[in-house]
Design a protein. Structure first.
Length: 265
């Protein structure tokens, strides 16, 4: 009898638990039905990007620029980006592709520059366009706050030793000055002026690709084409001597969130 009573009690507890689960789930289901979130998510999944060009075809740069802009649906002045797929072995240090380029029409973005220079050149650096002077106080501030409110750092070789205390902060954000991209130089005044005019640094990623902005969607097509042609020549010259076979495998041009258009080589 006692055993039977225990089993009946267990069944009653199970029934109550099941009812509780159903009651707990019911408001959630009703809420979904009211908000229509389930249907909205489904509709978003089915939504496809419609393009006005053949994704398998390669276009001239003039056509590609036009199509990239036409198929850009961002509600802001999107950047126009070029992506190079390179025939390099990224595991080999000597095949890393990096360099700098000064685009004739800039990229439509104001670059915030900090100049790490000796006291005697601070006034010249400011006059050349530096937004900040990287003096001892500035370096201490970065060390304490870990904030880097600038896009590019240019330094004299003699001042580089001072950056040791913030090297990790700058390095992880791609802001550490380096002679390989002309940001460590004996002529920082010239470097500041060039970067302010639109000089860009580039470096391949781990998959052997280059991603470089050549302007904004609001730029005239002709200006974007000019910028592209200038960039292309510089990239060609950056081919590592140890890289064999086809260096530039493919080029794609796109806007920030737009469809990629293949460019004729």
């Amino acid at each position: 009898m006692a055993k039977k009573a225990v089993e009946e009690t267990k069944d009653e507890v199970k029934e109550v638990a099941e009812e509780t689960v159903v009651e707990a789930e019911k408001p959630v289901e009703e809420k979904k039905a009211k908000t229509g979130k389930g249907k909205k998510a489904k509709a978003m999944k089915k939504k496809k990007v419609v393009v006005t060009f053949d994704r398998t075809k390669n276009y001239s740069i003039t056509e590609a620029v036009k199509l990239a802009k036409e198929n850009s649906h961002e509600k802001f002045d999107a950047s126009v980006d070029v992506h190079f797929n390179l025939g390099i072995d990224t595991a080999k240090g000597e095949q890393q592709v990096r360099g700098t380029v000064v685009l004739p029409h800039g990229v439509g973005k104001t670059v915030r520059i900090v100049a790490f220079v000796e006291p005697g050149k601070e006034a010249e650096a400011k006059a050349a366009g530096a937004d900040f002077i990287g003096n001892d106080e500035f370096i201490d501030k970065i060390k304490k706050t870990e904030k880097t409110e600038f896009d590019l750092a240019i330094a004299e070789p003699a001042v580089m030793k001072k950056l040791g205390m913030i090297a990790k902060i700058l390095g992880t954000r791609g802001l550490m000055p380096s002679p390989k991209n002309d940001t460590v130089t004996v002529d920082p005044i010239k470097a500041i002026a060039e970067f302010k005019k639109g000089k860009l640094g580039f470096k391949n990623d781990d998959t052997g690709n280059l991603h470089i902005t050549i302007g904004r969607k609001s730029f005239a097509d002709a200006k974007l084409v000019d910028n592209f042609q200038t960039l292309l020549e510089i990239v060609k010259k950056a081919k590592p001597s140890s890289s064999k076979g086809t260096f530039i495998k493919s080029i794609t041009i796109t806007t920030s969130m737009g469809a990629g258009v293949k460019v004729q080589l």
